[in-house]
Ligand binder design. Structure first.
Ligand code: UFG
Length: 329
């Protein structure tokens, strides 16, 4: 039996495939390569270039392979773009989830691990954020991910599919050897943008607002290493195999770092000084996002290994240093 990884050529998908392969799992990947990269594909995985909104592609994959469970990463994930083009996000993210679940029902595949996000919470009423806290997304991206969770909820009740939804906070870092990593186009995430300064691809990092109600005025986020996220997917899969009920888990380190603190940590991780300028706030940014991951630790036995933010940045640095222009393919 194999695990179908939708979006296995993307950032978190490729790291999860790496982890699954290391554990001896047989992996099938489907990815339309719209934002994923051929060079990020694991050599041991069977690859289908295709779109999960295409039910013929899914039928072919489910017929040609014995799929035991699905891990679903295939989605658009840029907050800003989702505000400019919400229909693209509803079409690809929600539409993709619908055709995927339909195919799973048709082919009697009953387990799915889903890549969700802290963006489902919107502006939190308290930190650390717990899974039962109110969800009120402030951007279309978060709304699509929440809708995808709801699709799984109703389908699980009606069709017996069990799911685990993993709500990541700020994914960061790369494989320690720098062979795979983060490559978004356009890049909007803080750590890759900070590292463009020592790479001499950017003159300075702009801090988006220094007047937030946080200790140093800049936004606070909970950065979690991509391999710790990958490990949570492997554990969630095992949890479903053991008969675990459908559930939702936050994934973060439980410790917040401000934008300014991240820049200082990046200076230490790279050994280079990083020029900084202050700009306006970015629309839709909550002041603070910090996870309570107590439930994932308790139920999944998950224990993040990369708890030092400087170490997380060092892994990102080894990827960006060796791939200053990202993937070539
Ligand atoms: N930031 C800057 N300057 C930059 C880029 C980012 O100051 O050049 C700040 C942002 O304002 C934010 C922090 O750095 O305060 C982190 O920004 P990212 O874009 O790296 O991450 P976000 O917290 O905005 O986004 C993350 C995930 C999204 C998810 C969101 C939930 O990447 O997928 O959390 O709000 F939707």
């Amino acid at each position: 039996m194999a695990i179908l990884v939708c979006g296995g050529a993307g950032y978190i998908g490729s790291h999860t495939v790496h982890q699954l392969a290391a554990k001896g799992e047989s992996v099938v990947i489907v990815d339309n390569l719209a934002t994923g990269h051929r060079a990020a594909l694991h050599p041991a995985a069977k690859f289908y270039e295709g779109d999960i909104r295409d039910s013929f592609v899914l039928d072919r994959i489910f017929t040609e392979n014995q799929i035991e469970a699905v891990i679903h990463f295939a989605a658009n994930s840029l907050v800003g773009e989702s505000m400019e083009n919400p229909l693209k996000y509803f079409n690809n993210n929600v539409g993709g989830m619908q055709t995927l679940l339909e195919a799973m029902v048709r082919h009697h595949v009953d387990k799915i691990v889903f890549s969700s996000t802290a963006a489902v919470y919107g502006e939190p009423k308290r930190v650390p954020i717990r899974e039962e806290d109110e969800t009120n997304p402030t951007n279309a991206y978060g709304e699509t991910k929440r809708t995808m969770e709801k699709l799984m909820k109703w389908v699980s009740r009606a069709n017996g599919i069990r799911y685990v939804s993993l709500r990541y906070f700020n994914a960061a870092g790369a494989l320690d050897d720098g062979s795979i990593g983060e490559d978004h186009s356009p890049e909007t995430h803080l750590i890759p943008l900070i590292l463009q300064v020592p790479l001499q691809k950017r003159a300075a990092i702009t801090i988006f607002g220094n007047d937030y109600a946080t200790p140093d005025g800049t936004c606070v986020r909970d950065y979690i290493h991509v391999l710790d996220l990958a490990d949570a997917h492997v554990r969630a899969l095992e949890y479903l195999r053991q008969g675990g009920a459908s559930d939702i888990f936050n994934l973060g380190n439980g410790k917040g770092f401000s934008v300014k603190e991240m820049i200082v940590a990046a200076e230490k991780a790279t050994g280079k000084s990083i020029a900084v300028q202050t700009g306006a706030r970015r629309a839709g940014d909550p002041a603070q996002l910090i996870a309570s991951s107590e439930k994932a630790r308790r139920v999944l036995g998950w224990q993040p290994q990369y708890i030092d933010v400087e170490r997380i940045i060092r892994t990102a640095w080894s990827w960006h240093k060796s791939h200053p222009d990202g993937y070539t393919d």
